[in-house]
Design a protein around this ligand. Structure first.
Ligand SMILES: C[S@@+](CC[C@H](N)C(=O)[O-])C[C@H]1O[C@@H](n2cnc3c(N)ncnc32)[C@H](O)[C@@H]1O
Length: 267
C-alpha cells in the first residue's frame, strides 16, 4: 500500500537508496482494483469540466493527473517534491510536472479551478500548512478533494489481539507522520469555511496478503517496531509466526478505511 517495510519513504523519495522502487510501489498499488476505484471517485469529486485547470499535490507518477486530463479534457499540473516522481510523470506524457514542496506552492492565489492530494497529507510535516496552500491557490467557488487511509481504523486477525493492536498502533502513530488524520480532514475544511462538504469511506480488506504484502510491508511492521524499541524482539518474532499461521489457516484478515473528503470554497 505505502511503504515496503521502510518508514516514511514517501516523505523523501529522492533520498531513498533506490528511488525508482517507489515508482514501482505506486504502479503496483494503482493496479489494484480497490485503489483504481477510489482514485477514480476522488477525481469525480472535483467535478471537473472541459478546459478547467486542476492541480494535484503529491502527484507521484502523475497517472491520476493524466487520467483526469483524458477523461474531462481538463488541464492538469502535477506537483511532487520528488524529482524522481516528476521525471517519471513527464516521461509518461505529463508536460506540466513540477518539482516543489506542498508547504510552499509556487503559484499565485486563485490560480486553479480545483486541487487534490491523494495519500499525501499522511506524509507531510505540516498538513495544516499544505491544506492552507492548496486552498490559497484554488479560486473562490473551486473544489478540493483529499484522500488518505486512516490507520486508527486498522484491524488484523491473528491469534493475539493485544499484540496485533500494539503493532498496528505503531504503524498508525510512529511509522507515519499523520497516520490518523484522514477522519479529521472534514473538520479541517469546515473550520476553514468550506461548504458542500462530503466524506466518503472505503474500506480496503486484505484476505490474501501475498498479493500486496510486498507493497504494504505488513508482515515486517513488528520487526520495524522492535528495531525502534517499540516492541520486544521476541514479540516481533511471535507476530510473524502468528501472521504466517493466520495466512496458512485462511483466517488472515486485515482492513483499513480510506476517507475521501471533498468540499467547495466560498465564492
Ligand atoms: C503515497 S505517494 C502518493 C502519490 C499519488 N498521489 C498516488 O496516489 O499515486 C505520496 C507522494 O507525495 C509526495 N510528497 C511527499 N511529501 C511531499 C511534499 N511535502 N510536497 C509535495 N509532495 C510530497 C511523495 O514524493 C509521493 O510521490
Amino acid at each position: 500500500m505505502d511503504e515496503p517495510g521502510a518508514a516514511h519513504g514517501f516523505t523523501s523519495v529522492d533520498s531513498q537508496t533506490r528511488p525508482g522502487d517507489w515508482v514501482t510501489v505506486l504502479d503496483r498499488v494503482a493496479a489494484e482494483p480497490f485503489y483504481a476505484a477510489y482514485k477514480r471517485r476522488l477525481r469525480e469529486l472535483l467535478r471537473p469540466t472541459a478546459g478547467e485547470l486542476f492541480l494535484e499535490v503529491g502527484a507521484g507518477t502523475g497517472d491520476a493527473a493524466r487520467a483526469l486530463r483524458a477523461r474531462w479534457n481538463a488541464e492538469v499540473v502535477a506537483l511532487d517534491s520528488s524529482l524522481t516522481m516528476a521525471a517519471r510523470a513527464r516521461t509518461r506524457g505529463l508536460a506540466r510536472a513540477v518539482v516543489a514542496d506542498g508547504h510552499r506552492l509556487p503559484f499565485g492565489a486563485d490560480r486553479f479551478d480545483g486541487a487534490w492530494a491523494d495519500r499525501v497529507l499522511q506524509h507531510v510535516a505540516d498538513p495544516d500548512r499544505v491544506l492552507d496552500e492548496l486552498l490559497r491557490v484554488i479560486r473562490p467557488g473551486g473544489r478540493i478533494a483529499l484522500a488518505d487511509p486512516d490507520y486508527d481504523t486498522q484491524v488484523l486477525d491473528i491469534d493475539d489481539r493485544e499484540l496485533a493492536r500494539r503493532v498496528l498502533r505503531f504503524r498508525a502513530d510512529v511509522l507515519l507522520r499523520n497516520g490518523t488524520l484522514a477522519h479529521r480532514q472534514a473538520g479541517l475544511l469546515a473550520a476553514r469555511g468550506l461548504h458542500d462538504l462530503t466524506v466518503e469511506a472505503r474500506t480496503l480488506v486484505v484476505r490474501d496478503p501475498s498479493a500486496v504484502d510486498n507493497v504494504m510491508g505488513l508482515r515486517t511492521w513488528a520487526h520495524t517496531a522492535a528495531a525502534r524499541g517499540h516492541v520486544d524482539p521476541a514479540d516481533a518474532d511471535r507476530f510473524v509466526a502468528l501472521y504466517d499461521d493466520a495466512v496458512r489457516t485462511g483466517r488472515f484478515t486485515y482492513a483499513v478505511t480510506f476517507f475521501l473528503t471533498a468540499a467547495t470554497l466560498p465564492e
